[in-house]
Structures are given as structure tokens and as C-alpha cells.
Design a protein around this ligand. Structure first.
Ligand code: G3I
Length: 334
């Protein structure tokens, strides 16, 4: 198509995509340039990849993505300064292999955030500062991680303060998944309200948007956006994809003889789901300041190997040959 997603949505919000350094050449790069106005490094800016040893940073992949973005006038969303996954081995231990104190860990966090945010100051307009800190279990509040065990709730506050000090212009996000499910929504709201009340520099909430043909419902999605926005926060959809499998099926290995075919009926259902999501996004353009897809085309998605390997997924707007799918047409017709 000669018009890209970014053109259809120019008066609404930037449309972004998660990329790795391997996406910056050939057909994939061409598609990114034609369709999107923003990129997120899928892995390159996470603490494990970018800061593998205490006194060594590995900048090459993140720099390549930022340079590509600058050369092609794309915005960059930084992802993620603090997470419990993809953390480097050295982080939580001292030289003797014993857990570090809260003071040491916060100092390490400060060094990390200051160094990374500083390097991309003026080039990365928004950061996912804290990723997935709320527990999956509805009976719990914060997720039981080494960050929490060592620092208590302070790590959250500090992460936002360090990022804000390093780049006062950057828009700072709390990012999470299942943000529309009522029991998680309420806990995320509670956390964000607490941070806002304490004047912590948090400016937005990222709804990852790893969705399916079954959820969220339109009502759940609207309720979530409205409830978070009521705190004066901007909202972004940060990791959008629509799995063709219900969770019960996705999570177990394929059974002998079971078909995983991406049928025309499934493609149609998925297109309808995408249509609904984007209709809702457009309705909230005052508070919804970005929509980012998690991967470029069905040729490669993180869902191909998650939660189990061996179930190919087809969750995006472009097919394995990078051609627009039915869902693309629905998203750009309004
Ligand atoms: O780089 C190594 C490679 O050297 C090695 O040979 C290979 C073998 O497994 O692994 C490669 O690392 C993988 C890395 O992606 C880069 O491809 C890791 O195993 C793999 O676990 C990692 O997965 C990433 C995942 O985060 C980590 O938990 C996915 O690509 C990435 O899409 C995913 O993104 C997350 C967001 O950051 C947060 N929200 C959820 C989302 C999906 O899980």
C-alpha cells in the first residue's frame, strides 16, 4: 500500500513497532519505514543485554536502532529500565556471591538508569521505567522479585526519580500486561495512585496489549483506559499483538493430529478484533498517545515460541510475506 499506518493515524497517535538490530535492513526495514512512525527495541535496551557486566555496557544494538530511527525520522520508545526478567547475573550479588544490600542495589540501579537515559537523551522520547511489577496472583500486590525482596517498594519510586533526573523531558511509563483484567487493573491503579499522590514523576501507563480473539472485551478496554487516565496519566498501547489461540490452547503443546491452521475464519475474527481495538483507540485520542506493535510481521513473533515452542502464531497486521492482512484493512478503514 502506498499509504502506511502512520499516515492513516497521523491525526491520532504515532504507530510503532518493536524491532531488533536484524530488522534494520532489507524488506523488513522497508516495511518499517513505510508503515511506522515509532520504534521500540524489543530486547536491546533491557538491562541484561545492554549492561552485561558491572563495568561494561554493550551499546552496539541499541545504538543501531536509535541511529536507524534518527535517519528515518522515527520516534524511539525506550524499553525497559527495570524489569525482573533479562537482568544481568551480576546485579543482585556481591563479589562473594551474597545478596547485595538495599543501598548497593539502589546505587547500581541509579548508575544504570543514569547512564542509559543520558546516552539517549533527546533521542528516546519515552521510557518504560518499570515493567511488570504487579503480581499475577490477585491476593498479592507487588510481584515477589529480587528488586522487591531487597528494596521493598522503594525501587519503584527510585527508578522513576533517577530517570527523571537524567532526562526531565522524557515521558516516563509504568508498563504491564493484563492491565484490563479487573483484579489486576485495580492493583495497577492503586500503585499508580500511590505514586502520583507521592509526586513521583510517572507520566503514563503502558498497556502491553498482548491480546487474543477472546480478550479484552470492548467494555474492559474502555474501562481500563478511562480509569488510568482519571489519574492524569497518558495511556499507550506498548506491545500490541492478537494471538489466534485461546490461552488454554496456547499454553500446552500441540496434540498429535491437532490442527493449528490459520483458517480464513480465524483471520476474519482477528480482523474484527483489531477493528474494535482501533475504534476504541481513536475514541480516546486525547489521552492515548501511542500504539506499538510487538514485532513487524507474522514471519517472526515472540509468540511463535511462547508459552510453548511448536505453535506458530499469526498475531500481526502483516503476513509472512510482509503483505497487509485483512486486519490491516480494518484498522485503516474509518
Ligand atoms: O540472544 C540469545 C541468543 O544468543 C541465544 O542463542 C538464544 C537461545 O535461546 O536466546 C537469545 O536470547 C533470547 C532473546 O529473546 C533474544 O532473542 C532469549 O532466549 C529470549 O528469552 C528473549 O525473549 C524475549 C523476552 O521478552 C524475554 O523475556 C523476547 O524476544 C521479547 O519479545 C520479550 O518481550 C517482552 C517485553 O520485553 C515485556 N513484555 C512481554 C514481552 C513478551 O514476553
Amino acid at each position: 500500500p502506498d499509504k502506511g499506518l502512520k499516515d492513516y493515524y497521523r491525526d491520532y497517535f504515532p504507530v510503532g513497532v518493536a524491532v531488533g538490530p536484524q530488522s534494520l535492513q532489507g524488506e523488513e526495514a522497508a516495511l518499517i519505514k513505510a508503515q511506522f512512525s515509532s520504534v521500540t527495541p524489543e530486547n536491546a535496551m533491557k538491562m541484561g543485554p545492554i549492561h552485561p557486566e558491572e563495568n561494561r555496557y554493550y551499546w552496539q544494538d541499541a545504538d543501531a536502532i536509535v541511529n536507524f530511527a534518527q535517519a528515518n525520522k522515527l520516534r524511539v520508545r525506550g524499553h525497559a529500565l527495570l524489569w525482573h526478567e533479562q537482568t544481568p547475573a551480576w546485579l543482585f550479588k556481591d563479589a562473594q556471591g551474597k545478596p547485595v544490600s538495599k543501598e548497593v542495589l539502589l546505587k547500581r540501579l541509579q548508575d544504570h538508569i543514569t547512564t542509559v537515559v543520558n546516552r539517549y537523551k533527546g533521542k528516546v522520547y519515552a521510557w518504560d521505567v518499570v515493567n511488570e511489577a504487579i503480581a499475577d496472583n490477585p491476593q498479592e500486590f507487588l510481584r515477589d522479585t529480587e528488586w522487591y525482596r531487597i528494596c521493598g517498594e522503594d525501587f519503584l519510586v527510585k527508578a522513576f526519580e533517577y530517570a527523571h533526573a537524567a532526562d526531565p523531558q522524557a515521558v516516563l511509563f509504568y508498563n504491564d500486561y493484563n492491565t484490563e483484567r479487573p483484579e489486576k487493573r485495580e492493583r495497577i491503579y492503586r500503585l499508580l495512585k500511590k505514586l502520583k499522590d507521592a509526586k513521583v514523576p510517572v507520566h503514563g501507563v503502558g498497556l502491553q496489549g498482548h491480546w487474543s480473539l477472546q480478550e479484552p472485551t470492548e467494555a474492559e478496554l474502555r474501562k481500563a483506559i478511562e480509569q488510568y487516565a482519571s489519574l492524569g496519566l497518558q495511556v499507550q498501547i506498548t506491545e500490541l499483538d492478537v494471538s489466534i489461540y485461546p490461552w488454554e490452547k496456547a499454553r500446552r503443546a500441540k496434540r498429535p493430529g491437532e490442527s493449528d491452521a490459520y483458517t480464513p475464519a480465524l483471520e476474519q475474527q482477528q480482523a474484527a478484533q483489531y477493528k474494535m481495538f482501533f475504534r476504541v483507540f481513536r475514541d480516546y485520542k486525547q489521552v492515548l498517545t501511542g500504539v506499538t506493535f510487538w514485532n513487524v510481521s507474522d514471519k517472526y513473533s515472540w509468540l511463535d515460541t511462547y508459552p510453548v515452542a511448536g505453535r506458530k502464531n499469526y498475531p500481526l497486521l502483516f503476513d509472512q510475506n510482509m503483505k497487509p492482512k485483512k486486519a490491516f484493512q480494518e484498522v485503516v478503514t474509518f
